[in-house]
Each structure stands twice: as structure tokens, then as C-alpha cells.
Design a protein around this ligand. Structure first.
Ligand SMILES: C[S@@+](CC[C@H](N)C(=O)[O-])C[C@H]1O[C@@H](n2cnc3c(N)ncnc32)[C@H](O)[C@@H]1O
Length: 220
């Protein structure tokens, strides 16, 4: 094994990287501040600006029209996906929190994106199971309760178009996945999920050290 070339970012390197890769626009900056002010204890659940920029670019690259997000929180990732969709694109957001997604809704309004985003307040597994089996999703993002990751994946993979991409967040779980002394239920669920997709012949997988670890899965 070669030595690591990626590393956990220092503050100055992070600032440099964000400034040179599509920094957050006014609405995204507002979302960061609003989340810090209203949900200070859980604001770290929000994806990072560089991950948002990456997701917008990826959505554009694959010309995504039909997208789905599992775990919306206050809306940063949903806005990043929505920005990258085709102009007649549609993003279905799944969450169980009216309170947190109220902030997301305000962000979508401010960004002029309400016409392309739909929110379902319900357990995401129910929302997914109710989707048609021939949904042909271009882009999916999994970022909700970790112990359901595998179940979300199974519902999504049969509904993705060929070459569609599933993004999965928190796959490194602060590095604990590689620490055998950690064995709580969430860490174990993420480990099992990572093992499963790495061996799944239905997808090409790439795990990248962006944010808390992001896996890209291309449906074959
Ligand atoms: C890590 S946060 C998502 C962060 C968001 N992607 C962002 O960038 O701001 C996880 C979200 O999943 C939602 N969630 C948890 N369990 C869920 C479930 N069973 N169905 C749908 N959403 C769920 C939570 O309410 C929370 O908003």
C-alpha cells in the first residue's frame, strides 16, 4: 500500500480549496449561517461547501434530470443538487423533520429553485418503496439514518438508469470504520454497507475522502 496522499484538511488549506472551487453563493452562505444559528448542536450534519460544489458539478456532468435525496436536513445538499439539474429537472427530497426542512424550504425559495424540488415528509424507505420500479433516476444521494443505508441502496439501485450515479455520504464515519475498537451499531452498519457495495457487480464504486467520505456508485 502506498502512503496516503489525501489528508484531513487544515483550516487554511480548506479555505483555499473552497475559494478555488465554486465557493458557496449568497443563499448557500445564508444556509450555513441559519443552520449554525438555529441548529447549532447538529450543524455538522450539513455537507461541506466543497462537497456541495462537487455534487453540483457531478449533476451537470451526467446531465441529471431525475434526482432523489435521502436526508435533507436544512437543505444545503439539496440546493447543490438542484443547481446542477437540467432546467426541467426534478429533485425529490426525503426527510422526517418538518422543523429542519422549513429552513431548507426557505433556502429553495431564496434561490428560486422551488419549481424543481419536491419534499416528502415521511420515513424515506416508505417514500422509496412507493416510487415506480421503472423510475429511471439519474442521481441519488444517501445521507440519512446509517442503519438503513443498505435498505435505501436496494430500493434505489433497481430504479437507477444505466450510468446513473448514487452518492453515499459519511462512508468513513470520522475514520471509525477503520478502527477495530469501535463497534457501535452505526459504525457497523456503515462497514457492512461499504463491504456490500464494494462487492456488488451491479455498480462501479469509488470511495473518495471528501467531507466525511463519499462513495460514488455508477450503475452498470
Ligand atoms: C445528516 S442529515 C442530512 C444532511 C443534509 N444532506 C445536508 O447536507 O444538510 C440526516 C437527515 O436525515 C433525516 N432522517 C433521519 N432518519 C430518516 C428517515 N428514516 N427517513 C427520512 N429522513 C430521515 C434527518 O431528519 C436529517 O435531516
Amino acid at each position: 500500500m502506498s502512503d496516503p496522499k489525501s489528508f484531513f484538511l487544515s483550516k487554511p488549506v480548506h479555505e483555499y480549496l473552497v475559494a478555488h472551487g465554486a465557493p458557496p453563493d449568497e443563499v448557500q452562505q445564508w444556509l450555513i449561517q441559519e443552520t449554525l444559528a438555529k441548529v447549532p448542536d447538529l450543524s455538522m450534519m450539513q455537507i461541506s461547501p466543497e462537497q456541495g460544489a462537487f455534487m453540483t458539478l457531478l449533476a451537470r456532468l451526467i446531465q441529471a434530470k431525475h434526482a432523489i435525496e435521502i436526508g435533507t436536513f436544512t437543505g444545503y445538499s439539496s440546493l447543490a443538487i438542484a443547481y446542477g439539474l437540467e432546467s426541467d429537472g426534478h429533485l425529490l427530497c426525503c426527510d422526517v423533520s418538518e422543523e429542519w426542512t422549513a429552513i431548507a424550504r426557505e433556502g429553495w425559495e431564496r434561490a428560486g429553485m422551488t419549481d424543481r424540488i419536491e419534499l416528502q415528509i415521511a420515513p424515506a424507505l416508505e417514500t422509496l418503496q412507493a416510487l415506480p420500479k421503472d423510475a429511471l433516476i439519474d442521481l441519488a444521494f444517501i445521507d440519512a439514518d446509517k442503519q438503513n443505508y443498505a435498505a435505501y441502496y436496494e430500493e434505489l439501485i433497481i430504479r437507477m438508469r444505466t450510468n446513473g450515479v448514487i452518492l453515499v455520504d459519511n462512508v468513513l464515519w470520522s475514520g471509525t470504520v477503520a478502527d477495530p475498537s469501535v463497534a457501535d451499531a452505526d459504525t457497523n452498519a456503515i462497514r457492512e454497507f461499504n463491504d456490500m457495495v464494494a462487492a456488488d457487480a451491479r455498480v462501479d464504486a469509488s470511495m473518495i475522502p471528501l467531507g466525511d467520505g463519499l462513495t460514488l456508485l455508477r450503475k452498470r
